[in-house]
Ligand binder design. Structure first.
Ligand code: NAD
Ligand code: ZN
Ligand code: ZN
Length: 335
C-alpha cells in the first residue's frame, strides 16, 4: 500500500460547484482507523446537495466532501471494509436503547457539516468499519449502505415467509427493498414505477411482478400485506396504504417533498394497519454483508456506471443522462 501525506477529495463548494482538490489527510482520533477508500456509490442525497445545496434543514454552508456509500481498505492492516456512514454519540438515551440511528448527535457522512467519503483517505470509527469477505467486490461492499436501508425497511415491516410485499418506486432503494423482501422469504414481491427505464431495469431483478403505474393501477388487486413505499409521492403513500390487507404494515421509506400529507385513517383503523417510517438503519451491516456475500443479493448488478474520482461531477449527473443506470460508482482507487 502506498502511504502518502496527500489526500484528494470531491468537495462541494456550492450549488453546481464540485471541485476535485487537495484536502488535509485526516488523522485517526481515539477509536478510529484510517481507510483508504476504494468505491463510493452515488446516492440521490449527494445529487440533491450538488443541485440544491440543501436537503430540508440540512444546508451546505461550508465546503463539504460528498459521498456516504463507501468501501475501502484499513491503512496498516489491509483489512477490506464496508464503511457504515453514521457514527452516533454512543451514550444518549436513543443510543443506550440500541436505536442509534435516532441519535440526535449522529455524525453522518456528507450530511452538513460532516465530510463524506469521496476522498482517498477517510477516518472511520473502528466499530463502523465492517470487515468484508473476499466474495464481495469493492462496489458491493460500498452498496451495503443502500442494502441496509432495504434490510431495515423489511425488518420494520416484519417481512417473513409467505409475505406479499408491494414495493412502490423502482429506484435503487426500491429495488433493494424488493430483493431483501425476497431474501426474507416473501412469497410474492411486486415493484411499481412510472418511468419506462426504471420499469425495464426492474425486470432484471428477482420480482414476481413489475407494475407499470403510469395508467391507473389497483394495488389492492395484488393483496399485499406489506407496503414498502419508496417514492415519497403523496398519492402513492395513500394508494399503497389503502391496498393493504387487514393487519398489514406500511413502511414509509421515501421522503416526500413537503413532509406533511393526508393519510387514509379509516382504512388504518378498520383494518388495524400499522404505519411506520424508517430513518436510515441500525445493526444492519453484518447482515447486509452476509446477505450480499451469500450471493442471494447481487449488488454488482445494480452498478450501471463506474467513473474515477476526477469524474465525480459526471457521476452525480449520470442519473439524469441515463435513468436506466440505477447506481453509479466512483472508483476512488482500485484493488
Ligand atoms: N428513510 C430513509 O432512511 C431513506 C434512506 C435512503 C433513501 N430514502 C428515500 O427513499 C426514496 C427512494 O430512494 P431512491 O434513491 O431509490 O430514489 P429514486 O428517485 O431513484 O427512486 C424513486 C422512484 O420512484 C418512482 N416514482 C415516482 N412517482 C411514482 C409513482 N406515482 N408511482 C410509482 N413510482 C413512482 C420514480 O420514477 C423513481 O424511479 C427517496 O425518497 C429517498 O429520499 C429514504
Ligand atoms: Zn445513500
Ligand atoms: Zn446518541
Amino acid at each position: 500500500m502506498v502511504v502518502t501525506t496527500q489526500n484528494v477529495a470531491a468537495v462541494l463548494h456550492g450549488v453546481g460547484d464540485l471541485r476535485i482538490e487537495e484536502v488535509p489527510r485526516p488523522v485517526a482520533g481515539p477509536g478510529e482507523v484510517l481507510v483508504e477508500i476504494r468505491s463510493v456509490g452515488i446516492c440521490g442525497s449527494d445529487v440533491h446537495y450538488y443541485e440544491h445545496g440543501r436537503i430540508g434543514d440540512h444546508v451546505v454552508n461550508a465546503p463539504m466532501i460528498l459521498g456516504h456509500e463507501a468501501s475501502g481498505v484499513v491503512v496498516g492492516t489491509g483489512q477490506r471494509v464496508a464503511v457504515e456512514p453514521g457514527v452516533p454519540c454512543g451514550h444518549c438515551e436513543q443510543c443506550r436503547a440500541g436505536a442509534y440511528n435516532l441519535c440526535p448527535d449522529v455524525r453522518f457522512f456528507a450530511t452538513p457539516p460532516i465530510d463524506g467519503a469521496l476522498a482517498h483517505v477517510v477516518a472511520v470509527h473502528e466499530a463502523f468499519a465492517h470487515p468484508v469477505p473476499d466474495e464481495l467486490s469493492d462496489d458491493a461492499a460500498a452498496l451495503c449502505e443502500p442494502l441496509s436501508v432495504g434490510l431495515w425497511a423489511n425488518r420494520k415491516a416484519g417481512t417473513t415467509i409467505g409475505s406479499r410485499v408491494l414495493v412502490t418506486g423502482a429506484g435503487p432503494v426500491g429495488v433493494l427493498c424488493a430483493e431483501t423482501a425476497r431474501a426474507f422469504g416473501a412469497s410474492w414481491v411486486g415493484i411499481a414505477d412510472v418511468q419506462p427505464d426504471r420499469l425495464k431495469a426492474a425486470e432484471a431483478f428477482a420480482v414476481d411482478e413489475v407494475i407499470d403505474a403510469r395508467r391507473g393501477v389497483d394495488y389492492a388487486a395484488y393483496r399485499p400485506d406489506v407496503l414498502l413505499e419508496c417514492t415519497g409521492a403523496e398519492p402513492v403513500v395513500d394508494a399503497g396504504i389503502r391496498a393493504l390487507r387487514p393487519r398489514g404494515r406500511a413502511v414509509l421509506v421515501g421522503m416526500g417533498a413537503s413532509g406533511t400529507q393526508q393519510l387514509p385513517v379509516q382504512a388504518i383503523q378498520t383494518r388495524e394497519l400499522i404505519v411506520t417510517g424508517t430513518f436510515r438503519y441500525a445493526h444492519t451491516y453484518p447482515d447486509a454483508i452476509a446477505l450480499a456475500a451469500s450471493g442471494r443479493i447481487d449488488l454488482d448488478a445494480l452498478v450501471g456506471a463506474r467513473l474515477p474520482l476526477a469524474e465525480s461531477e459526471r457521476a452525480l449527473t449520470m442519473g439524469h443522462t441515463d435513468p436506466s443506470v440505477l447506481k453509479t460508482v466512483v472508483t476512488v482507487s482500485e484493488g
